[in-house]
Write a protein that binds this ligand. Structure first.
Ligand SMILES: [Zn+2]
Length: 272
């Protein structure tokens, strides 16, 4: 028997505890986070890709519950990043894009009933017009408090004018002009939202998912006080892609089944 094998066997005899799962954190299952992306929620059947019925949204929330997928916030994800890894288990962050009035009329009460938190990204210019939520409703939701003092509804920015942030770069003659366009989209929208909500706005979601991972856009986000950028890259987050400025997500569309969530987290092998 060679020397290395001998000393390994001796080690096993002397330190059996070192080999149990309990004492070796490297043997724990790595944790995963899925960021769910919704747009408009409707009563009855969804009529296009970016609508989801209230019934299906509720089925998603029940799926999270019954599969022990814990709903967390972007701030919690920030803590995972500071610790350097996602704790064992499965987590979800619930997000909504654009600013549909259904957030107030349908989503708000459903989330309260299921005791779940969510982040809502506002297309700032449109708030209060057409079928969009009003600023008064945003104020109401963002100040809503559960027992214990936590506010479950967070508002982030989805830019000012919902422009393509990366593809529009060619419209600007100089880098400085492009940067001031980005500063307006990210900075002005943040200022306006902060006038209507408690606390800082530090989460941004890219319109059309355009510009994920782009250096200039990330620099603009940092310059304007953001800590998180949610992209539209379809993926879950694990310890290999835990980057707060390139957060992937999973759109829940009109016909998505709840077990798609489990498929992305690796807890179900197929999905309907
Ligand atoms: Zn959008």
């Amino acid at each position: 028997m060679n020397k290395i094998l001998c000393s390994f066997l001796l080690f096993l005899i002397l330190f059996p505890a070192a080999c149990t799962k309990h004492d070796d954190p490297e043997l724990e299952e790595p944790g995963k986070v899925i960021v769910l992306m919704y747009h408009r929620i409707v009563k009855g059947e969804a009529t296009n890709l970016y609508e989801r019925s209230l019934e299906n949204l509720e089925a998603d929330l029940m799926y999270l519950n019954s599969n022990n997928i814990k709903v967390i916030s972007f701030a919690d994800l920030g803590e995972f990043s500071e610790q350097g890894s996602i704790p064992e288990g499965n987590y979800a962050i619930i997000t909504f894009d654009d600013g549909d009035s259904s957030w107030y009329t349908l989503v708000r009460q459903l989330l309260i009933d299921h005791n779940m938190k969510a982040t809502f990204f506002l297309w700032t210019y449109m708030i209060g017009s057409d079928s969009f939520i009003t600023w008064e409703e945003v104020e109401n939701m963002s100040n809503y408090m559960v027992k214990g003092g936590e506010r479950p509804f967070t508002f982030g920015s989805h830019s000012y004018s919902h422009s393509f942030l990366y593809d529009n770069r060619s419209r600007y003659a100089t880098l400085a002009e492009y940067q001031s366009f980005l500063d307006y989209e990210l900075g002005r929208s943040k200022e306006i939202i902060e006038q209507h909500t408690p606390g800082d706005v530090d989460v941004f979601s890219l319109p059309y998912g355009n510009g994920a991972g782009d250096e200039e856009i990330i620099a603009a986000a940092e310059r304007n006080g953001y800590k998180f950028i949610r992209t539209s890259i379809w993926s879950a987050i694990d310890n290999t892609n835990l980057d707060l400025m390139i957060i992937p997500s999973l759109p829940m569309l009109d016909a998505s089944e709840p077990d798609l969530i489990g498929y992305y987290l690796g807890i179900s092998e197929t999905y309907n």
